[in-house]
Ligand binder design. Structure first.
Ligand code: ADP
Length: 231
């Protein structure tokens, strides 16, 4: 098997293996995504989807295999290089938005900019622009505990995109929402990321959520395969 990344891909992986004790979470998984593409990673619970996402995002180092991001071998970077890459180039949304409860929604969205040294007024102005795209600008002064689950997830998406990442990693981003709110989050998430030309690695076990992607990859027993979508 070739270890060259597929032509034009932004982020790719070949032959990923990751073992926890006697469990092979990844057993030769491959992956690739182009700039601006939305790829759904599907498969049953325990099949290795989250492990794949964590490896691709540089959070968990694989035992073996190669991960390439924008021509650089992510799997060969040290911790400091990988965390610089995560801060600068990647955004994250998880099942529960993980907003800071003490901060208002706009302060939450502005936080990644504040951490890179952007002044409060400028950071909050940019934060509000992203919140407007996610249709949650009106709840800017509320705290996460005072908004609905769907609104909180849209705030979390705004926070993930505020620094202009090239890749958004979303692990079951609608998993805690009812179907109507899940659809709205997916619609706004894909609109916002497409307008920013950011790629999305979307882990989900729901066909309805995967339908928002351009392409689907199915993971089974730690191995991945591309699906031809029946349209
Ligand atoms: P999925 O996201 O498809 O549900 P995961 O990637 O979370 O699958 O898990 C794949 C397998 O690896 C499972 O058997 C899970 O129990 C195991 N696993 C994942 N992370 C860990 C960990 N940190 N420690 C031990 N086992 C793990």
């Amino acid at each position: 098997m070739s270890t060259m990344p597929p032509a034009g891909s932004l982020l790719s992986a070949t032959g990923l293996h990751k073992t926890y004790g006697s469990t092979a979470a990844l057993d030769g998984a491959d992956f690739s995504i182009h700039p601006g593409e939305v790829v759904a990673v599907m498969g049953p619970s325990g099949s290795g989807k989250s492990t794949l996402l964590h490896c691709l995002a540089g959070i968990v180092p694989p035992d073996s295999g190669t991960i390439t991001y924008a021509g650089r071998e992510l799997s060969a970077m040290n911790d400091a290089e990988r965390s610089a890459l995560r801060r600068g180039e990647f955004g994250f949304v998880f099942q529960f938005g993980q907003l800071v409860p003490e901060l208002t929604c706009v302060e939450n969205v502005a936080l990644p900019l504040r951490l890179t040294g952007v002044k409060r007024r400028q950071a909050e102005r940019t934060a509000l622009e992203w919140m407007a795209r996610l249709e949650v600008a009106e709840i800017g002064r509320k705290r996460p505990g005072e908004v609905s689950g769907g609104q909180g997830q849209r705030v979390a998406v705004a926070r993930a995109l505020v620094t202009g990442p090239r890749v958004l990693f979303a692990d079951e981003p609608t998993g805690a929402l009812d179907s109507l709110n899940g659809e709205l989050v997916m619609q706004l998430l894909t609109e916002a990321t497409r307008s920013a030309n950011a790629a999305v690695v979307l882990v989900t076990h729901e066909t309805r959520v995967a339908a928002y992607s351009d392409r689907e990859i199915v993971v089974r027993d730690g191995r991945s395969r591309d699906m031809e979508r029946a349209v």
